[in-house]
Design a protein around this ligand. Structure first.
Ligand SMILES: Cc1cc2nc3c(=O)[nH]c(=O)nc-3n(C[C@H](O)[C@H](O)[C@H](O)COP(=O)(O)O)c2cc1C
Length: 352
């Protein structure tokens, strides 16, 4: 444990990710904070730019729960919010807390317990009254300063662009805790698979569940990498009634403001295979009949093509519109397996 005068963020191997970044960035920081009114615990990722021995610059740009905590704490007359930044922990804790999208009233340590199948073991912070997952690799304690604005950014974002956007928050470190021989777990920033998949997979699972409440025939939801795992969405559904694909797409757009393109396909299409989705667009979709355009909606603030946070939204209904539809050519699974087996035996010289 390091506190007081010995504190220096240079102790940690925090690196610069991209030449265009404003400095060295800790990218795998999960901020644990407590609701200033209810004490409910929230966990969310926020990038941390090293701005001094005990200072991080950060951004609450998603304007989500921590931003809401900070705003309310300030309204209550507080000047700082105690926070612990957890670096490196069990993946189920990461998915159950920092990536899980629950309501603001939900305690995310409890949801982590749900993912783990047992209560999350915690220890109390040393310099701040915040609980820390007991087996985390590292924890950086400190305060989010509510009256201070400092330069932060640019940062290579999930869109593949350097983003200048920041809420310019400052974080003052009061302690660095770590396990003996701890791993420093960084996340490659920008449009890396690591960064975008963490964002996309959590949304896919949450949205699938949300859509199935009204549309139980929804089979799968995928946020493809070609759409940064946040801006585009492919949805498959079984036996949609006339017009239903549009309802499903509208529900998805309303449910997640980052989406700007939703493609709905039938359930014989594998949404995780982009070539199949585009094949459905090529053979089941007509542009004059099967699109819907919403000219203005709220969008992902980090999308550089948007207009001050506003973006157009496009729906593509690539489901079959008539029944019967020409039959799709498919090979029996057994025949494909037999052919593969034959080819591999011929190549290895062991059969013919
Ligand atoms: C690696 C990674 C980095 C992230 N960086 C930030 C960030 O710097 N600022 C931010 O507001 N959200 C960032 N996010 C997104 C939020 O952490 C995420 O949306 C989180 O679920 C928000 O939690 P909340 O719903 O409890 O507010 C990041 C996500 C990941 C996976």
């Amino acid at each position: 444990m390091i506190t007081g005068d010995a504190l220096d963020l240079a102790y940690l191997p925090i690196q610069r990710n991209f030449a265009g970044d404003g400095g060295k960035y800790l990218t795998n920081g999960m901020f644990v904070a407590m609701d200033p009114e209810t004490g409910v615990r929230n966990v969310s990722f926020h990038r941390c730019q090293v701005n001094g021995k005990t200072r991080f610059g950060t951004s609450l740009h998603s304007r989500r729960h921590l931003w809401n905590y900070a705003r309310r704490a300030k309204e209550m007359g507080l000047t700082k919010l105690p926070v612990v930044i957890v670096v490196g922990c069990h993946p189920l804790i990461t998915f159950g807390t920092g990536l899980w999208k629950g309501p603001i009233s939900a305690d995310e340590y409890e949801s982590a317990g749900g993912f783990l199948g047992e209560p999350l073991e915690v220890v109390r912070g040393v310099t701040v009254p915040v609980d820390i997952p007991a087996h985390a690799e590292m924890a950086i304690e400190g305060h989010l300063l509510l009256d201070v604005e400092e330069p932060e950014g640019p940062f290579g974002e999930f869109t593949g662009y350097a983003s200048e956007r920041s809420t310019h928050h400052a974080f003052e470190v009061t302690a660095i805790l770590h396990r003996k021989d701890a791993f420093y777990h960084s996340i490659v920033g920008g449009i890396s698979d690591e960064h975008t998949l963490l964002l996309g997979i959590a949304q896919e699972a949450r949205q699938l569940k949300a859509l199935r409440v009204q549309y139980p025939n929804v089979k799968a939801v995928h946020y493809p990498k070609s759409g940064t795992c946040l801006l585009h969405c492919y949805i498959s559904a079984k036996g949609t009634a006339p017009g239903e694909a549009r309802n499903i797409a509208l529900a998805a757009l309303g449910d997640n403001l980052t989406l700007k393109l939703v493609v709905v396909v039938d359930d014989d299409i594998d949404v995780y295979n982009e070539q199949e989705v585009m094949w459905a667009v090529a053979t089941r979709f007509q542009a004059d009949r099967d699109t819907e355009l919403i000219k203005i909606g709220m969008g992902a603030i980090l999308d550089p093509s948007n207009n001050a946070g506003q973006t157009a939204k496009l729906i593509i209904d690539a489901t079959r519109k008539r029944d019967p539809y020409p039959r799709r050519h498919t090979l029996p699974v057994e025949s494909e397996a037999a052919a593969r087996d034959l080819v591999s035996r011929l190549l290895s010289g062991s059969g013919g």
